[in-house]
Design a protein around this ligand. Sequence first.
Ligand code: FAD
Length: 481
Amino acid sequence: MTQHDAAPALLATLAERLGTAHVLTSPEDLAPHLVEWRGLYKGSALALVRPADTAEVAFAVAACAQAGVPVVAHGGNTGLVGGGVPTGGIVLSLTRLSDIRAIDPVNATITVEAGAILADVQAAADAAGMHFPLSLASEGSCRIGGNLATNAGGTGVLAYGNARDLVLGLEVVLADGRVWDGLKGLRKDNAGYDLKHLFIGAEGTLGIITGAVLKLFPKPVSRSVGFVGLASPRAALALFERLRAAAGPSLTAFEFLPRFGLEIVLKHLSGALPPLAGAHGCYALVEISTARPGADTASDLETMLGEALEEGLAEDATIAASEAQNAALWALRENLSDVQSLEGGSIKHDVSVPLSRLADFLETATAACEAAMPGLRVCAFGHFGDGNVHFNLSQPLGMDKAAFLAEWGRFNRIVHDIVHGMGGSIAAEHGIGLIKRDELGLYGDPVGLDLMRRIKAALDPHDILNPGKVVALSANPPAAL
Ligand code: FAD
């Protein structure tokens, strides 16, 4: 029986349990769930299903498993690798599971449902006098389940780690509809395999996350942001080492912008002002913050950057004098991805290398890409302190956008070969999804890939959960959409 034969009975079963208002099949209801943020893929689905709680998620997954119909989980649908694009089957939206279940200030934990919006989790922590440090430009739309399923990074990784590092416990619906209750808030728990880490970063291919216990931190009381003009990525690395040694864990961000990046932000972002008087080879946005009462981060940062200027590590620097100025400097970095789309086609590589190779990588990959296409504009920016750059390429001025994007595969080979040769990762923080599945097949360690397929086969033997994403189980996986 095909999924289309099974569909009428399945949808009737789901509607009976969830209510007809939550089993939607009209093209208008489905449309936003068939596409992804960058518009690179368009999928298809039988229905959008919106369970209200974990029991309904379990019911829906069990019913789909019985009918042999695939299930793709959706949070905010802000993923950037096509991981949420359905290839038929059911889109299971977690948006109705949006409760903050509990905050335990003594244990410094927050227990949330998977559909809670990231900004709401941050706000709930803040209202309790604490800090939840996961921070992405998409935080007003993305949801915790999606953040954990993609092991999201963002701007807080340097001090607090990736999403994975912020999780103490999980609740997960398995491919057969059983619920794994791993919602523990323990900082020490060596009772066997640490199962939660299988589901974090699995992009919905091993289970559907319905709840999580997350770590909270003391709320920073003092924060200062600086913007630094530098001669080169090598100078950025030297400055990073200097600030890390001087500030220790108070160095909460070290972000990198190329000269071209700052130029296009200033060109396209309404109200943006040049942070420094002159132009420089590249720039770093640095942030020092601390929860230590009485700390004066502005004066600390001034001392550190003053020394860097005196020693010639930095060419120029400015320090924000207010929260509004902090936000204005951050806006220059956070809007870079958006404004790049106003410069025509963009070929993107979310990659990481060991920090010690980062300057080498930027120089080598930039030279190789520029040699491969005259007029190409390299826009490599991002989470420098994490060894993670978004090595994006803007099309040459005047080139046809479609013709440029058709070169994506050629540039993948150039950039990913260099990343791989430097011991890096072709998927730093956005994940694999569909867009990098075949790249993972090329660059992944064969034994590691075999283990991934065995884990997938063990947890989801009938390939119900987000089939064809991350690793393909079948010898003939569905082609990229
Ligand atoms: P979705 O897009 O809905 O889903 C993503 C994947 O997870 C899909 O494969 C989906 O099937 C699966 N999934 C969703 N929910 C669940 C669940 N409950 N259980 C199991 N699987 C599930 N990412 C970063 O890491 N760092 C950044 O700095 C960053 N900045 C961004 C800025 C912008 C403007 C945008 C649009 C995106 C950015 N992203 C970034 C990417 C994206 O926001 C993250 O990947 C985010 O974690 C996805 O959350 P979501 O709720 O939108 O997930």
